[in-house]
Ligand binder design. Structure first.
Ligand SMILES: *Cc1c(COP(=O)(O)O)cnc(C)c1O
Length: 490
């Protein structure tokens, strides 16, 4: 088992069976431990409460190990005890949420926090959170204001919508839209679009939870305009399209596009709602990326409402955006659940600053990290891979080989699931073929144990590190030296 030195020190399970085993009565009393000068210094820095509480927990644990016969008297030396206590105090004060290096090749990785916020958004959050602000206060009239108004004008301008409202995330946007417009009535959806989005958000369950009845039409692979027409009845509240963002049905397929469905809905006086999921605000095709429908296009095609996420291709904070017809947005805003799902001032500040970047489209590939990473030239990614390869080779030899390879990355978060982004990176492979799986796991664990954990992906007996998202190679190079290997095998 390979572990960085740090974790060997921490690891209790790997402790050798001591010849000089400590007995429970060898443990110091809490008071005595707290009187050690190193511990007093610790209490001076962090206060008595935290240090005493941590010391008590440490002694309880050591006692259990002594009873089990697995504790050496060396661990009870004053220095060793003070060190162990200091380490625990610092561990408790260190944030659980940490930054990592995303070398998975997936730019919008849901498990790694999706979109990176633009500098402008981070600066605006910092400024807005450090002082009172006009979140719900109209500076012109001096009266109470509406927090949605901070971004509504921008959203209308960027999508061509009449009105807009924002909630906590896109799941909430869909939920609220259905609750406000379809409770107690029917919603028509194609069977090919009854999606589950990561984390148990299933369209049929969402419908049920707001008391809407789902009317499925068509089949998994094919749905036709007549299927929708035949399903419309007295109780129909709306027609719904769901962007099948995290999978694609291929082969003998047919779906009814928004532009085709909109007239069918209009004739019956029903709104057509589309859940876009990702919702790029700009034409990605213009940047050489696979095209994705925009909210503007969906509205132009006749949708009454479009819902989409703030932290996918838009490149901002977690948010759910609802844009479209004024009367429908007003009904959504008036629903009591809007208050429960409203955005907090923190992401709202970030959303405003992010949206404002779109007013300068020529600068977007610089200013918007998501677009910057998605459009990063292959030559630059290759250069990064070349730059970090030698240091990794030195750190991992002789157990692992390091080879620069061409890779296929992806956008992620359900955006364009089938499309791949040509990329470059390093493939790390155990030199000794025996125990490859274990050796790879150990390598991953060691990389995760670095001060800024490094996350790659395992593919065909190699650990792949995709360099697309490593814009600052120093973040990797500066810590590679901390990967020290113990050759002890389990
Ligand atoms: C991602 C996605 C959602 C959920 O959006 P969140 O912002 O993650 O809540 C809903 N619908 C579709 C089609 C999606 O792709």
């Amino acid at each position: 088992m390979l572990l960085p030195e740090e974790s060997v020190v921490h690891g209790s399970s790997a402790e050798p069976q001591p010849s000089n085993a400590a007995r429970p009565q060898d443990l110091p009393a809490l008071d005595r431990l707290l009187r050690l000068s190193a511990v007093q210094a610790l209490a001076l820095a962090h206060g008595h409460t935290l240090v005493a509480q941590t010391a008590r927990a440490l002694l309880t644990e050591l006692r259990a190990r002594a009873i089990a016969g697995g504790l050496s008297v060396d661990a009870l030396a004053h220095d060793a005890l003070a060190d162990a206590l200091a380490r625990r105090v610092h561990e408790r004060l260190a944030p659980r949420m940490r930054t990592v290096l995303n070398l998975t090749g997936t730019v919008l990785h849901t498990n790694l926090g999706r979109a990176l916020l633009p500098e402008a958004a981070i600066a605006h959050i910092t400024a807005m959170m450090a002082a009172p602000n006009d979140l719900e206060f109209d500076l012109v009239t001096g009266r109470r204001g509406d927090r949605d108004s901070i971004v509504e004008g921008l959203l209308c301008e960027l999508t061509g919508a009449e009105a807009a409202t924002v909630v906590n995330n896109n799941a909430a946007a869909v939920l609220l839209t259905l609750a406000a417009l379809a409770s107690g009535r029917e919603v028509i959806v194609s069977r090919g679009e009854l999606v589950e989005i990561g984390g148990a958000f299933r369209m049929p369950d969402v419908m049920q939870s707001v008391g809407a009845r789902l009317v499925e039409v068509g089949t998994t692979n094919r749905t036709h305009p007549r299927d929708y027409e035949g399903a419309i009845g007295e109780r129909t509240a709306l027609l719904m399209k769901v962007h099948t963002s995290n999978y694609q049905v291929q082969g003998f397929t047919s779906a009814v596009a928004e532009a085709q469905l909109a007239p069918i809905a209009a004739v019956r006086g029903l709104p057509l709602v589309t859940d876009l999921g990702s919702g790029a605000l700009i034409d990605l095709g213009a940047y050489g990326l696979p095209p994705e429908p925009t909210p503007r296009q969906m509205l132009a095609d006749g949708c009454a409402l479009v819902t989409f996420s703030g932290d996918k291709l838009l490149g901002g904070p977690q948010a759910g955006l609802i844009v479209g017809r004024k009367d429908l947005v007003a009904r959504i805003k008036a629903h009591p659940m809007k208050r429960a799902l409203r955005m907090s001032k923190l992401p709202l500040a970030a959303l405003e600053a992010t949206l404002r970047l779109y007013l300068r489209p020529e600068r977007l590939t610089q200013d918007l990290p998501t677009l910057r990473l998605l459009t990063r030239p292959l030559a630059a990614i290759e250069a990064t891979a070349r730059a970090v390869a030698p240091a990794l080779q030195v750190a991992l030899a002789p157990r692992y080989s390091v080879q620069q390879v061409a890779l296929q990355g992806q956008i992620g978060s359900g955006s364009l699931p089938v499309e791949r982004l040509p990329s470059s990176g390093l493939a790390l492979a155990p030199v000794d073929a025996a125990g490859t799986g274990r050796a790879l796991e150990a390598l991953c664990a060691a990389l995760r144990a670095l001060p800024m954990p490094v996350i790659g992906r395992i593919h065909e007996d190699r650990l792949l590190l995709d360099m697309r998202c490593l814009e600052k190679p120093a973040q990797l190079l500066d810590q590679i030296g901390l990967l020290r290997w113990s050759d002890k095998r389990k």
